[in-house]
Write a protein that binds this ligand. Sequence first.
Ligand code: TRP
Ligand code: SF4
Length: 372
Amino acid sequence: MPKQLITPWDFRLGNVDYSYIIKQFGLEPADDELISRIKDPHRLFKRKLIFAHRDFDRILEAQERGEEFVVVTGMMPSGRFHFGHKLIAELLAWYQRQGVKLYIAVSDIEACIVRGLDARECRRITFEEYVLNYLALGVDLLNTKKCCIYSQWKNYHVRDFALMASSKITLSHVQAMYGLESSSNVGKIFFPFIQVADILHPELPELGGPKPVLVPVGVDQDVHIRLARDIAPKFEMIRPSSIYIKMMCGLQGPGTKMSSSKPESAVFLSDLPEEAGKKIKNAFTGGRMTAKEQRKLGGQPDQCVPYMFLLFHFGDKILKKTFDECTSGTVLCGECKARIAEEVRRFLKEHQFKMEKARNLLPKVEELQPLL
Ligand code: TRP
Ligand code: SF4
């Protein structure tokens, strides 16, 4: 395998070649045939923003036969909630509405031992950023039959299973997968087993035994998925399935990264709507050098950050209109960006109203989710 471009801890979005990623990582493409098996597919499927998978057939089969499966995800409570995080939350809400149980790991062991973040600050971020946004985006954290959200520190199933799992894997196996250097702290070497345990613990006998597990992730997390898939059969568990979501780039354009801790790199769901609108207007576009050239050649939506927001987050109508007007050169970037900024402002106003309403639920979430 060539030297990995994409690792969990230093991911950069270039002008990404998805078929190359599929080949390099050994994924299956999410093709039309696969998507046609999904009833009323989420826009992330319809728009091919979920571009690849491992064993997603198993999830579709379970769904077709009315058999149980669960969805597992995790989030590092290291900063503010942005439009990239929103995609996963929406997908979770979509599955939960279909009766699927969610397991949501707050990756606070990772934040602490890999990133060296302060535990109390992580806890504040968990509630203020993640819990409020999840609730506002329709994830029902109060429905304990269909959702378990937990801190890794508090979930003894996860911690115990991480230890058990680590006893089945050699150091050279971990080294080959993660390319760790001998100067890495041992916590960083051990952490993958915690994430593996997040993914596999719903299959423990105490939690009902083997069942299909689906993990929606960015491809930067694939190495953890592979490790979980190596470990599952050693415990007579079913190998987890995964789907891979394309990652939005940063506001500075292709090749830049949205970062929770860099305000100028992303639009956050708690940005003041006005401020968010300004970020969109200042973002990198696929416009041409001059107005004349743009009228003649049209713009390049595939290079354009405001367009990317429409593609990932907004309705078909404005998406199509923008694409047509951009590529035919009938609209110039200034006017077009103002329109997209307005869309983002409108969404945020409504969303932040929901977040404020969700605040009243925080004590209830703490009461009903004892592992959080
Ligand atoms: N490592 C992931 C991140 O950096 C978070 C995470 C923890 C996770 N446990 C998980 C993701 C389980 C998917 C499944 O965001
Ligand atoms: Fe982007 Fe709109 Fe400019 Fe096209 S016209 S490049 S979609 S801002």
